[in-house]
Structure formats: structure tokens, C-alpha cells
Design a protein. Structure first.
Length: 300
């Protein structure tokens, strides 16, 4: 390889491919056409002398060579960004791209902020929302797949920054006219309640189930689903109870004929934190987005 003639833009293609594992997604991330991204990847393979990414099913997986190169490439891009990047940020004109990892429920709460930002404060920015697994969120922050993530009960690892995004009390959510809305439900009634559970094997759901068991009010799980989309319909048409954070419950009540009921015992709140990697820590655009997210999360 002749380093004097090497096109540094190929490093951006490599970094996007390593994060996205797809030529199509990498091209979208870089605002390139798919043929342009494919051509750049072919040039990069020729320069390095390795296929770098090989197809398996619908994804492209990194070779040993690519895995070895990835940390160094990321470091070089970060250093170049620090040397050459603009130290100011103007949301009115910025075309910054934010890769945000949040659950669908968190997006439900944050959607008004995001739409306001895109409609009023930063009309040219790009938001890419992604789901993530609690176990791999910090790895995704490190690889560049995510810029920032809202995650509960995480201990920040090496190179990860975090700030508290506040806490939420747990409440019961039921249909309007539910027996629990007529008179404050007792502990005995909660012990016998039939519950709706949204099971996704995440730390929030695990926290809720553990708290209810410890308090002795776990009730009976009558309906278990991995999807939140049907939750309002299920509650409206039944006497089931969903134990949920107060913020999400308030948003659902504002749009559906649902009511919040108090839980008769005190349960530990759900705590969340915003997490990001050292690579974005000083970026003015990323810092602006983090502060806007934290501001709204602490108000709800």
C-alpha cells in the first residue's frame, strides 16, 4: 500500500461498514449511493489486500483483519475530527447525524422533543433511532453504531460516560372504570390482580418483576406479550393491570381511555441514564443533543 496516495475517505467507509454490517446501511449513514459505497469498499479491499467483510445471510461480517483494524481506524477518524472539525455548532444550519439508542417506550416519551427539534430548532439534522440489547449497548457506543443511548441499570465501562436521566415511580395502568379506579386498591387486591406483562428480557422488566415479587403483589400473569403497540387495546378491553413507569403511563392516558392507579406498597423507582462514548464526548453537536435529551427527561 502506498500511504501517500491513500484516500482517507475509505476509512470512513470502513468505519461505517464495521458499525452497520451492510453496504446499504453504511451508504445511508454516509449519505452515499449504494453503488458508490460498493465501489469504495472494492477499492479499500484492493488497498488492504483482504476482503474485510464477507457476506453471511443478510449481513456482512468482519474478517480477522477488519477486526484488528477497527480500533485504529476509529481512533484516526476521531483525531482527524478533533483537528479539522468545527468547534462551533449551529443547530439551525447543521446537518449532523445522531444515532440514538432508545426503547420504543422511551421514544414515545421523547418523540415530541425530536419532532420539535426537527421542526423548529434544527430543521436539517438527521435522527436515526435504533433499538439495542442491554448486554451490548456499550459495545455499540464504542463501535460507533450508536452515539448515545438511554439505558437503565448500567455500570459504565471503559471509555463510557454517563449521566443520570432521572427516575420514575411505578404505577398501575388500567382501563377507565376499572374496579381499581372506584376505590383505592388494597394490597390483597393487588395480590390477586390479573396482570398484563410486556416481556422483553430487558433490565426494566426484570426490575419490575423482581420488585413485585419482593413486595408480595406479583399477582397472576394473565397476558404476556413482547409488543407495546397492542397494550392500550388490551387494557381497554379487559380488567388487566399493567405495572409501568409513571411517565409512560401519563402519555398513554393522554391518548387512550386509561387511568393510573396507585400501587398500595412503595416500590423502588426505575432509574435510567444517558450513556455515550469518549469518541463523542467533546463533539459540540453531540453535546447539544445530549443536553436537550437530558433536559426533557428530567422534566417528565
Amino acid at each position: 500500500m502506498n500511504i501517500n496516495n491513500f484516500d482517507l475517505n475509505l476509512l470512513r467507509v470502513f468505519d461505517a461498514m464495521f458499525a452497520e454490517r451492510s453496504v446499504t446501511r453504511a451508504a445511508r449513514r454516509l449519505f452515499l449511493s449504494q453503488p458508490a459505497a460498493s465501489h469504495a469498499l472494492a477499492r479499500l479491499r484492493k488497498e488492504v489486500g483482504d476482503p474485510l467483510f464477507v457476506r453471511a445471510g443478510n449481513e456482512m461480517f468482519a474478517t480477522k483483519k477488519a477486526i484488528a483494524l477497527a480500533p485504529g481506524v476509529r481512533s484516526v477518524l476521531d483525531q482527524l475530527g478533533g483537528l479539522l472539525g468545527d468547534t462551533t455548532f449551529n443547530p439551525k444550519t447543521s446537518t449532523a447525524v445522531f444515532h440514538i439508542g432508545i426503547s420504543d417506550l422511551a421514544e414515545y416519551v421523547l418523540a415530541p422533543l425530536f419532532t420539535k427539534l426537527m421542526g423548529e430548532e434544527a430543521p436539517r439534522l438527521h435522527l436515526y433511532i435504533s433499538s439495542f440489547g442491554d448486554a451490548d449497548v456499550q459495545a455499540q457506543l464504542g463501535s460507533g453504531a450508536l452515539d448515545v443511548a438511554l439505558s437503565p441499570y448500567q455500570r459504565a465501562g471503559s471509555g463510557i460516560h454517563s449521566r443520570s436521566a432521572g427516575s420514575q415511580n411505578l404505577v398501575g395502568l388500567v382501563r377507565n372504570g376499572h374496579p381499581f379506579t372506584r376505590k383505592r386498591a388494597s394490597t390483597l387486591q393487588f395480590e390477586k390482580m390479573r396482570r398484563l406483562v410486556v416481556a422483553r428480557s430487558t433490565r426494566v422488566e426484570e426490575h419490575v418483576q423482581r420488585c413485585l415479587r419482593v413486595a408480595g403483589i406479583a399477582g397472576q400473569v394473565a397476558y404476556r406479550t413482547p409488543y407495546y403497540f397492542a397494550v392500550p387495546k388490551i387494557l381497554i378491553d379487559s380488567d388487566l393491570v399493567l405495572i409501568q413507569s409513571a411517565a409512560v403511563a401519563k402519555f398513554l392516558c393522554a391518548e387512550h381511555p386509561l387511568s393510573i392507579v396507585r400501587i398500595p406498597v412503595r416500590l423502588p423507582p426505575v432509574e435510567a441514564q444517558l450513556m455515550w462514548h469518549e469518541r463523542t464526548h467533546r463533539d459540540p453537536a453531540q453535546r447539544w443533543m445530549r443536553e436537550r435529551m437530558l433536559a426533557i427527561l428530567r422534566l417528565i
